[in-house]
Design a protein around this ligand. Structure first.
Ligand SMILES: [Zn+2]
Length: 573
């Protein structure tokens, strides 16, 4: 993108303006400072032309030319011009010649007149009198003067001298300065625009929302959904005149909101990676964290995160890249990881740790960890402790009574989730008695995260029981709901489970155990964890669970809790 470009139309309008300005007689600017390369020889053009050709003078810098223009020797009214015998009488230059033709200068060295603008600017070949040679024929002066003054190159030189004078006397009017100002304004404006466009993309990324909608091109039909990105941009136009003018007036190919530009901006934002890579290289040693995920387009993506200690001695985890892959065998994944490290200039020999899940393609001897460890045995493999914890809980929860209890909780969640009618009936029964209004689904992959769902179920238990009872007994206390047979059958099954004390006791035990394990799962996922901290926390939880197991009083307390829960719905232990 070349947003910083200068608008050519503006340049031409400035040129036009300058060409129309009135050309006045050259006069010195009010506060001109001598050009550093102006010397005494420049104060006499005749003397200067002895050592420097007119062609070279023409190439002087504009500041030096201006210095010559305003500092050239100008005789005073009482100056004694030297006389010469011409056509039988003594003749000399007259002060009036210079008054009538103020562009002429007198050279003491040459005792002759030069046209200063022509010496400085004229480019024609075979220039002679007044330009490359002095004029000191003090006869027929009028015709000589008017002949020179009528020359095209003289008029052109006069224009240039006048422009030079104007430029130095009022620099803000100079064409290059005007162009520079326009360019600066243009850059500032374009930066504002691109900042908004990039912010909209950044926002979409940060909030994990897709940039496009039904269409991702700008359609004339504003009522159609143009996508999240365009909707955000359209929203930010309100109250922003620069942005509004841009989107209303810019030509179609210079709006900078197309999908190509979006991709370019995403890539540019991604260049932040270079800074992070610099920090990792400075730290030298790093660990790799990897996991696979299937994206919305059903493609397998492997995310690579690097963990390192930065120069402030803080442990950091930074995302490096996504690798798109068709197959997820250990060999292919290891090859992809290695090529990614090479791509970003990271050496595998500086890798000190690998953290993956326990899937065989990652953790086995022929999996990623095995292949990478073969090349660098210092890259220790650590099976994600949070994963291990999850696997342990899954194993523990395979007990039949716990499995049945979880089945009932899940079915209760689906019972309401799939039917707005049942959900509003539940809310009617709850009638502002609890904070929770919805039965939460049990997280299918992270068992520890089920704790919240258990707490919610615990809080709603009495109302769930009342709902099921009302449905099964066709109770019209809350109005005639006219339930279908499927609802009644399911409610009946759930009601029976709720009344089963085994269910209630399994539920209370699981909920209480999870409440002890949940903080560990959260702590194990701290970015700044180190291995010592993680193991001390695991040890603490193991000790705690051992204590629970040995603490009969606590188990009795849980039993009492289950009894009271059963009592709330009139069930017997
Ligand atoms: Zn001239």
């Amino acid at each position: 993108m070349s947003l910083d470009c200068v608008i050519v139309n503006n340049a031409s309008s400035v040129m036009e303006h300058c060409a129309n300005s009135t050309i006045a007689v050259v006069s010195p600017g009010p506060s001109f400072r001598y050009s550093s390369d102006f010397d005494e020889s420049c104060a006499d053009i005749g003397l200067l032309l002895k050592s420097t050709s007119q062609a070279d003078v023409r190439c002087f810098s504009s500041s030096k030319k201006y210095a010559i223009l305003i500092n050239h020797f100008r005789p005073s009214r009482d100056f004694k011009f030297p006389g010469r015998y011409l056509d039988g009488c003594s003749r000399s230059c007259q002060y009036s010649y210079l008054v009538d033709n103020p562009w002429f200068v007198y050279s003491k060295e040459e005792d002759g007149l030069f046209c200063l603008p022509c010496v400085l600017f004229a480019t024609k070949e075979n220039l002679n009198q007044f330009v490359t040679e002095k004029s000191n024929h003090w006869t027929k002066k009028s015709s000589r003067f008017s002949s020179h003054n009528s020359k095209h190159y003289h008029k052109l030189s006069m224009t240039q001298a006048e422009a030079l004078n104007t430029t130095h006397a009022a620099p803000q009017k100079a064409i290059d300065n005007q162009l520079k100002n326009i360019r600066t304004e243009e850059i500032a404006k374009n930066r504002t625009i691109i900042k908004h466009i990039a912010s909209a993309i950044h926002l979409c990324g940060k909030q994990c929302i897709a940039l496009r909608g039904h269409r991702d091109d700008k359609t004339s039909d504003l009522s159609s959904n143009q996508g999240n990105f365009m909707a955000i941009l359209n929203y930010s136009i309100h109250g922003n005149t620069v942005l509004a003018a841009h989107f209303n007036q810019a030509s179609k190919n210079a709006i900078y909101s197309s999908k190509t530009i979006q991709n370019e901006i995403i890539e540019i934002i991604g260049d932040n990676r270079d800074r992070i890579l610099g920090e990792i290289k400075e730290a030298k040693y790093y660990s790799i964290l990897c996991d696979e995920v299937t994206d919305v387009s059903n493609k397998e993506q492997v995310s690579i995160v690097l963990r390192f200690v930065d120069n402030t001695k803080s442990i950091r985890e930074e995302f490096l890249d996504f690798i798109s892959t068709d197959r997820v065998t250990g060999e292919i994944l290891a090859c992809n990881i290695k090529s990614t490290l090479v791509k970003y200039g990271l050496e595998l020999e500086n890798c000190r740790g690998q953290g993956y899940d326990g899937a065989s393609n990652m953790s086995a001897r022929h999996g990623v960890q095995g292949i990478l460890s073969k090349e660098n045995n210092k890259a220790l493999y650590v099976h994600c402790n949070s994963h291990i914890l999850n696997l342990c809980i899954v194993q523990a929860c395979s007990l039949r009574s716990i499995r049945n209890m979880n089945g009932t909780v899940t079915e209760s969640s689906f019972f309401f989730k799939n039917s707005p009618k049942r959900q509003s009936f539940l809310e009617l029964v709850i009638d502002k008695q609890t904070k929770s209004k919805k039965v939460k689904d049990l997280c299918r992959t992270r068992w520890v995260y089920r704790h919240e769902a258990y707490e919610c179920f615990f809080e709603l238990f009495k109302y769930l029981h009342d709902v099921m009872l009302a449905i099964v007994s066709c109770d019209d206390t809350y109005g005639d709901m006219n339930w279908d047979s499927k609802t009644i059958v399911t409610a009946n099954g759930l009601l029976k489970s709720y009344n089963n004390f085994n269910f209630i006791y399994s539920f209370i035990t699981t909920m209480n155990c999870m409440s002890d394990i949940k903080p560990l799962s959260i702590k194990l996922q701290y970015r700044t964890n180190d291995v010592v901290y993680a193991y001390s926390k695991i040890k603490d939880v193991i000790e705690e669970l051992k204590l629970i197991r040995a603490n009969e009083e606590l188990l009795h307390l849980w039993y009492e809790q289950a009894k009271s829960q059963a009592g709330s719905i009139g069930a017997e232990p």
